[in-house]
Design a protein. Structure first.
Length: 425
């Protein structure tokens, strides 16, 4: 039998010894089985891919196990994997989007600067020109869609997350190539890139040119840095690309920490402040500033639970909103993200309890009954309760708090029909 040469998608090449050289005597069928086995073992231990991915907000062990199982041919009929691949295939034809495509320039005159309108602010009916705008909490003004940056960045980030995960699990370079292109257009290419600031995010007509709340537009950046890390061993995402995007995020982190809008958002006691801290820590870990991340976490994060959660599990800064259940779940999602980031810093936030007895688990238990019966929610909620918001919270609770109790909640709400893959990034 001839020597066996295996070339994978990343262009690694290894020549294995012939079966005859090791003294094996067998029929063609048996030799074929061994060849398949060797191929599977080789693919599973590709250089640079035989360790857990270096991510901070997802479940690295889970993603690695999915990759291994897929490459071993064990997930061909898995519904969640099929769905992931189907969505990734659709994205291959996606036209890359950019901040420079908006029709209206921001106050700086530079279309590379991100700009968006505050979603809950409307024209003033008491004035002829509608200025200054007035607030209607929880009611989105469709005018915000006239400036495309927010919609485009959301579509781009969702696509990058899906494609990066599809690439890592399947090792198919068509997904990494597309993800890399989308990343370059949005963050790196000189003609299309976004400048690393949110000076004009969520501006309010007649009141300001931008505000700290604009940082909420990109609160998913903590996941996008993980998506970038999943591309690490792809030939489509080079070391030069990685260096450039780390520089971009380093500059953006400096803007978060020193700008007027960033400082203003950091002082918020509600979910805005929590999400701000998620971004600061995740980006710090991504660019390799672990020492600062730990210092920042130690100094400020536990006070989040001290301030935000009462002994009965209520979150008073979210309950004052017109969509109080949604924002209670939303803030808890941010706290979950912080707790996951804390694991990489040796800090346990999952089991932290403040002096009143408030904790993340208490906060989750407080909002759960309304998921079964909305009448059990005794606060204002102008929208309907979205059960999808609970999925990642319950999956985390099952792992971190009590598997028996929270698996029963999952069964009650979803019949155990949760796509764990879509909750990884």
């Amino acid at each position: 039998m001839n020597e066996i040469t295996i070339v994978d998608n990343n262009r690694y090449e290894i020549t294995l010894v012939t079966l005859e050289k090791v003294g094996l005597e067998m029929n063609r069928a048996m030799k074929t089985k061994i060849l398949v086995f060797i191929s599977i073992v080789f693919i599973s231990v590709l250089p640079g891919q035989n360790d857990f991915p270096k991510i901070y907000s997802g479940d690295a062990e889970k993603i690695f196990s999915l990759r291994t199982a897929f490459l071993n041919g064990e997930l061909k009929n898995d519904h969640a994997i099929k769905h992931l691949i189907k969505q990734a295939d659709k994205l291959l034809d996606m036209v890359p989007l950019s901040v420079v495509e908006k029709e209206i320039a921001p106050p700086s005159g530079n279309k590379h600067d991100y700009m968006s309108l505050a979603p809950y602010w409307w024209p003033n009916p008491q004035t002829e020109n509608g200025l200054p705008y007035i607030r209607k909490d929880g009611e989105k003004n469709p005018e915000e869609l006239k400036i495309t940056d927010d919609v485009y960045q959301a579509k781009t980030l969702r696509a990058i997350k899906n494609l990066s995960l599809a690439y890592y699990i399947t090792n198919n370079s068509k997904y990494s190539a597309k993800a890399a292109r989308l990343l370059r257009i949005w963050f790196l290419d000189e003609k299309t890139r976004m400048n690393p600031n949110l000076n004009y995010g969520q501006l309010i007509r007649g009141i300001n040119e931008g505000r700290g709340a604009g940082i909420m537009d990109v609160h998913d950046y903590y996941k996008i840095v993980d998506a970038i890390s999943l591309l690490k061993n792809s030939n489509d995402w080079t070391n030069a690309d990685n260096d450039k995007i780390k520089k971009w995020f380093d500059e953006f982190l400096n803007w978060l920490r020193t700008s007027k809008n960033g400082i203003h958002e950091s002082k918020k006691n509600n979910n805005h402040g929590t999400w701000y801290e998620v971004q600061v820590i995740a980006i710090s870990l991504f660019i390799g500033n672990t020492e600062f991340a730990k210092e920042f976490f130690t100094e400020s994060i536990k006070r989040r639970i001290d301030i935000q959660i009462k002994g009965d599990g209520t979150q008073p800064f979210e309950l004052v909103r017109t969509k109080s259940w949604h924002y209670s779940a939303f803030n808890l999602t941010a706290l979950n993200a912080l707790a996951t980031l804390g694991e990489h810093l040796g800090i346990d936030l999952w089991n932290y309890t403040n002096s009143e007895g408030g904790s993340m688990r208490k906060a989750l238990d407080y909002i759960l009954p309304a998921a079964l019966d909305e009448k059990a929610w005794f606060h204002q909620e102008i929208g309907s309760i979205n059960l999808d918001e609970l999925k990642p919270l319950l999956l985390n609770a099952e792992r971190k708090f009590d598997k028996d109790i929270y698996s029963k909640w999952i069964e009650k709400l979803y019949g155990n029909n949760i796509d764990e893959i879509e909750n990884q990034l």
